[in-house]
Design a protein around this ligand. Structure first.
Ligand code: NAD
Length: 317
């Protein structure tokens, strides 16, 4: 496998590139060092991947000459995007989301259609946010997609661009819909990172909603195994939920964190954030049957592993 991972300096992309290297693949990484993560963290992850043998290209998909990077690639895992629901509502921010999530995806697909003769699979990292407030839980891949945030709309557009190019240029496209991912290196804007830091340091947690909202939280090692399984066994044109098939509320997560960190959480409630669904829960049967994938890590073990590798966790222990 000669794999290209876009967004390899990010949270999920860095874990994926590491797994591919462990599996013996030749790995190429592209990253623009943008988005919510600290640039020094992205830089350090890319340096580490380079030390382990990956070829690292620092630059934006919208600007790079992609033909050389793609020439002999067999598998593409396209994770580069601006993530996050809330910042996508900020005034004047949609142009950045559109540019990095939609235009960049199109530019990559255009290059793949002409410069990637050995391509076996192109996996697009999509999101549960394409479902919006799903009327049916657990939600299956065939259920309606009605995103309720600008971010979700760019991810659905990304999926549809992939499918359109797939049909027009006969590309082996697979869509992987990821559900809220957590674990070591989680983005600093995401709930668990913020909660762990706040509980460990005694600071207030600003929680949107009353904490009863539930998510299909997926540990990052499971997510990247699912992405690799989609790259190996995914059927071209098919979409797969990559998740656990179980759900947990934010209040339950806080209770576990209080217990593990040995301190109470100081929570202040704010109104529900716009664009956040009340519940997400994946029907994972298609990924189980066709990819042989099922999540292995439960929330307690996953939180232990995230705490152990977070800076605050180190302080508390
Ligand atoms: P992240 O911000 O940590 O990583 C994304 C990386 O992509 C960043 O390092 C950034 O520099 C890079 N990037 C963005 N636009 C680029 C461009 N135009 N050219 C080159 N590099 C670019 O985010 P993440 O949480 O690791 O998410 C990775 C992917 O998974 C995204 O596509 C996101 O939409 C999707 N996803 C994430 C979650 C989650 O819970 N984290 C859930 C569902 C889907």
């Amino acid at each position: 496998m000669i794999a290209l991972v876009t967004g390899a300096g990010g949270f999920i992309g860095s874990h994926l590139a590491e797994l591919l290297l462990q599996l013996g693949a030749h790995v190429r990484c592209i990253d623009a060092l943008i988005g919510p993560s600290a640039r020094r963290d992205q830089q350090a992850r890319l340096d580490e991947l380079q030390d382990r043998g990956a070829l690292v290209i620092r630059g934006n998909l919208n600007e790079l000459d992609l033909s050389e990077a793609l020439s002999d690639v067999t598998h593409i895992f396209h994770l580069a995007a601006l993530p996050g629901v809330q910042p996508s509502w900020q005034r004047h921010n949609f142009a950045h989301y559109a540019s990095n999530n939609m235009v960049a995806t199109t530019r990559l697909l255009e290059a793949v259609a002409t410069s990637c003769p050995q391509l076996i699979k192109f996996v697009f990292a999509s999101s549960s946010s394409v479902y919006g407030t799903s009327a049916k839980l657990p939600t299956a891949e065939t259920d309606p997609t009605r995103p309720i945030s600008p971010y979700g709309i760019t991810k659905l557009a990304g999926e549809q661009l992939c499918q359109a190019f797939g049909k027009a240029s006969d590309l082996p496209i697979v869509i992987a819909r990821l559900f809220t991912v957590y674990g070591p290196r989680q983005r600093p804007d995401m709930a668990f990172s913020r909660f762990i830091d706040a509980v460990a340091t005694g600071q207030a947690i600003h929680m949107n909603g009353d904490g009863t909202q539930t998510r299909d939280f997926t540990f990052v090692a499971d997510t990247v195994r699912g992405l690799v399984a989609a790259g190996i066994s995914g059927r071209p044109g098919q979409t797969y939920n990559i998740a656990t098939g179980t759900s947990t509320s934010l209040l339950e997560v806080l209770t576990v964190l209080e217990m593990k960190l040995g301190r109470p959480a100081n929570v202040t409630l704010s109104p529900c954030a716009k664009g956040d669904p009340v519940a997400t829960l994946a029907d994972t049967s298609l990924a189980t049957h066709e990819l042989g994938f099922s999540a292995e890590c439960g929330i307690e073990e996953g939180l232990d592993r995230q705490i152990a590798l977070s800076s605050s966790g180190a302080i508390v222990s």
